[in-house]
Design a protein. Structure first.
Lengths: 115, 108
């Protein structure tokens, strides 16, 4: 089973502050994803990556940046956090090539509250 | 409408009952996955389908790309089946679009 670890598990931030959410996977998967989950919306894709050095915009990228410095690590960065970014964030990894479908493995989630 | 619609949004079953969940897609999708989110918020992959039907214990899922739907059938529901079930569908790449989920409550 793929291991995907997110940190922190919980985070409280102030409006205008910088927040970095981290994700680490230990199974050498090429693809990594950041989703947010809000009541009534299911999961929505923010950013994703096909490998080290690559980041792609998902469906709701505004207000977020992503960084993939290595195969194992994928960070989500909120440069200027806003209360509307209060949510639960999930990281996932998968091992298909571009254009192929795959099974995703999710981390446990990070609950972010922006005051 | 929404690219992936799940029905029903909520479902209550007694232990031992059978029921089905459904996802409809507004466009043709190449694959679908089903996930269970448990009471701790953990997302667990149940099925990945590119076509046809798969079974795993009391769960069975079908995907019909041409007719644009997928189903998840739960047989002999147990208390631990409670949670929120999501379908997610995809085409090129691994970008998945999630449905809004079905909140399942299994009662003794």
């Amino acid at each position: 089973e793929a291991a995907v670890t997110q940190s922190p598990r919980n985070k409280v931030a102030v409006t205008g502050g910088k927040v970095t959410l981290s994700c680490n996977q230990t199974n050498n998967h090429n693809n990594m994803y950041w989703y947010r989950q809000d009541t009534g919306h299911g999961l929505r894709l923010i950013h994703y990556s096909y490998g080290a050095g690559s980041t792609e915009k998902g469906d709701i990228p505004d207000g977020y940046k992503a960084s993939r410095p290595s195969q194992e690590n994928f960070s989500l960065i909120l440069e200027l956090a806003t209360p509307s970014q209060t949510s639960v964030y999930f990281c996932a990894s998968g091992d298909a090539g571009q254009g192929a479908a795959e099974t995703l493995y999710f981390g446990s989630g990070t609950r972010l509250t922006v005051l | 409408g929404m690219p992936v619609e799940q029905n029903p949004p909520a479902l209550s079953l007694y232990e031992g009952a059978d029921s089905g969940l459904r996802c409809n897609f507004s466009t043709t999708m190449k694959s679908v996955q089903w996930f269970q989110q448990n009471h701790r918020g953990r997302l667990i992959t149940l099925f990945y389908l590119a076509q046809g039907t798969k079974e795993n214990g009391r769960l069975k899922s079908t995907f019909n790309s041409k007719e644009r739907y997928s189903t998840l059938h739960i047989k002999d529901a147990q208390l631990e089946d409670s949670g929120t079930y999501f379908c997610a569908a995809g085409n090129a790449g691994a970008k998945l679009t999630f449905g809004g989920g079905t909140r399942l409550t299994v009662r003794p």
